[in-house]
Design a protein around this ligand. Sequence first.
Ligand SMILES: CC(C)(COP(=O)(O)OP(=O)(O)OC[C@H]1O[C@@H](n2cnc3c(N)ncnc32)[C@H](O)[C@@H]1OP(=O)(O)O)[C@@H](O)C(=O)NCCC(=O)NCCS
Ligand SMILES: [Zn+2]
Length: 202
Amino acid sequence: MIAPDAFVHETAILDPGCRIASGAKVWHFCHVRSGASIGRDVSLARDVYVDADVPIGDASRVQNGVSIYRGVVVGRCCFIGPHTIFTNDVVPRVGIRSWEVVPTTIEDGASLGAGVIVRCGVTVGAFALVGTGSVVTRDVPAFHMVHGLPARPRQRICACGKTQSPLEWPLGGVLNCCHENLLPEVLAVALAEERRALRRAA
Ligand SMILES: CC(C)(COP(=O)(O)OP(=O)(O)OC[C@H]1O[C@@H](n2cnc3c(N)ncnc32)[C@H](O)[C@@H]1OP(=O)(O)O)[C@@H](O)C(=O)NCCC(=O)NCCS
Ligand SMILES: [Zn+2]
């Protein structure tokens, strides 16, 4: 189902049974497979491939040249930087009799910088930020900035990204800067995720 007010460029390929929600934009040469669900106001930039059954949450932005394979779940308000690489098999081999997709979750508000590589089986926590070119091999905690090869936590980071603090400090996911900088709908998501992160830490 394609919402009447979604924009789909004439060069994009939409397989039968994919869902494109209201306000979404699907730009040049994208391919969205059956069962994939593109949420409200999502933007898929040039050359994005969304595999079968992959959900992309409302208001997320996927930049040029990203392939999102089966088993990956992208939450709301996520930023997936250009040429990010996802995977869905830890030990890839041709000719294996049974093969299971290994899942990966990108939680609400998380941002992946350009050229990040995500090994499958991990969760990138809410409003986490992964630096350019990093290789994510382990779970990334919510409201943390990670980078490097392998990506390791370097600082805590607030929901709007303006304020970093040392890892030893208590979690402060939503700060005054976030109230100033974030659109109300994203702020609401951030406050909910902050509550969830605090409950988990307690
Ligand atoms: C991770 C990031 C947010 C950190 O920014 P920052 O807090 O301003 O960090 P700094 O530039 O002060 O760097 C601090 C240290 O971390 C290192 N560093 C920063 N980002 C890094 C990365 N992605 N990989 C490896 N090391 C990194 C710096 O070299 C520096 O090391 P040094 O102290 O030994 O010189 C930023 O570097 C980044 O990668 N942003 C994403 C950009 C992007 O891909 N945008 C996509 C849209 S175009
Ligand atoms: Zn902030």
